[in-house]
Design a protein. Structure first.
Length: 256
C-alpha cells in the first residue's frame, strides 16, 4: 500500500511548521480553560447574533427570483429529443433478415445453424441463432435440422435438457425421413427417455434406419442382440450387425 505523508514527514513547507505551532498553542489554551467556571466559559463563547446581524444575511430569494430559474422542460421539449428507432424501422430490418433467410436453401440454413452452434467459420457461438437457422431449415423440409434440435434437447446443449422435446424433434426428423433422427428416436424407445420403453418399436426403427445405410443403427442392433434386449440373445446376430455397421462406417469415411 502507498505510504501517506502525515505530520512529521520531511520536506514540508514553512507554512506547515507555522500551522503546527498554531495547533499546539490552541491545545495549550484549551488545557488552561479546564479550571475556569461556567460563567467564564459562557463569556468566551461567540456572542449571539443580533437582529441587525440577521439583517445582513443574504436575503431569501423572492418568487420573482425563482421565476428566473431555468424552466423545467415540458413534454413538448421531451418530444424534441432525437427519437428512438421506430418500431416500423425494426420491423423493416426484421423483414429484410427474413427475406435473406428465405432466399437461402434448406442446406445453407442448416450449415449456418451448425456454424453458430459450434462457433465456426468466422462467427461466434450463438445457440439462439443456431436454433433459428435450424428451425428455418426444418420448415423447408431438411430432416437433419430437426434431428440437430432434438439432439440439443436430448443432451442439454445450449438449452435445458428435455427428453420430451428431444423426442418431439426426432419424430419430426422421422417424418422428414432423416435416418439419423430415426436411429435417435429408436434409442429413446430402447432406453425409455421421454417415452415408455418399447424394445419392439426400437428394433423396428433401427431396422428402418439401417435400410437407409445408417451405420449407428446396425451397431445398436448388434448391442441389443448381444445383451438380449427385446430379442433372444444371439452373439452370432450381434456379430453380423456389428460387422455391417463397421462396413457402413468405413464406406462413409472413405466417401468423405
Amino acid at each position: 500500500m502507498m505510504s501517506l505523508c502525515v505530520m512529521g514527514c520531511g520536506g514540508e513547507k514553512d507554512d506547515a511548521d507555522d500551522d503546527k505551532k498554531d495547533r499546539v498553542d490552541k491545545a495549550g489554551q484549551l488545557l488552561d480553560r479546564d479550571g475556569e467556571d461556567d460563567e467564564d466559559e459562557d463569556e468566551d463563547k461567540e456572542p449571539a447574533k443580533s437582529e441587525e446581524d440577521e439583517d445582513d444575511k443574504e436575503p431569501a430569494k423572492s418568487e420573482e427570483d425563482e421565476d428566473d430559474k431555468e424552466p423545467a422542460k415540458s413534454e413538448d421539449d421531451e418530444e424534441d429529443k432525437e427519437p428512438v428507432k421506430a418500431d416500423d424501422d425494426e420491423d423493416e430490418d426484421r423483414k429484410k433478415a427474413e427475406a435473406l433467410m428465405n432466399g437461402l436453401s434448406a442446406e445453407e440454413l442448416y450449415d449456418l445453424g451448425t456454424d453458430y452452434r459450434y462457433g465456426e467459420n468466422g462467427v461466434e457461438q450463438d445457440y439462439d441463432k443456431a436454433f433459428e437457422y435450424y428451425q428455418k431449415a426444418m420448415e423447408k423440409g431438411y430432416g437433419a435440422a430437426a434431428n440437430s434440435i432434438g439432439y440439443m434437447y436430448h443432451h442439454g446443449e445450449g438449452v435445458e435438457k428435455d427428453y420430451v422435446k428431444a423426442v418431439e424433434y426426432y419424430e419430426k426428423g422421422v417424418e422428414l425421413n432423416e435416418p439419423v433422427a430415426i436411429t435417435n428416436l429408436a434409442y429413446m424407445y430402447e432406453h425409455g427417455y421421454g417415452v415408455e420403453t418399447d424394445y419392439a418399436l426400437a428394433l423396428e426403427l433401427y431396422e428402418k434406419s439401417l435400410s437407409m445405410n445408417e451405420g449407428m443403427a446396425a451397431n445398436n442392433l448388434g448391442w441389443m442382440y448381444e445383451h438380449g434386449k427385446g430379442v433372444e440373445q444371439s452373439y452370432e446376430k450381434a456379430y453380423e450387425y456389428y460387422m455391417e455397421g463397421l462396413k457402413l462406417y468405413s464406406n462413409a469415411q472413405w466417401q468423405e
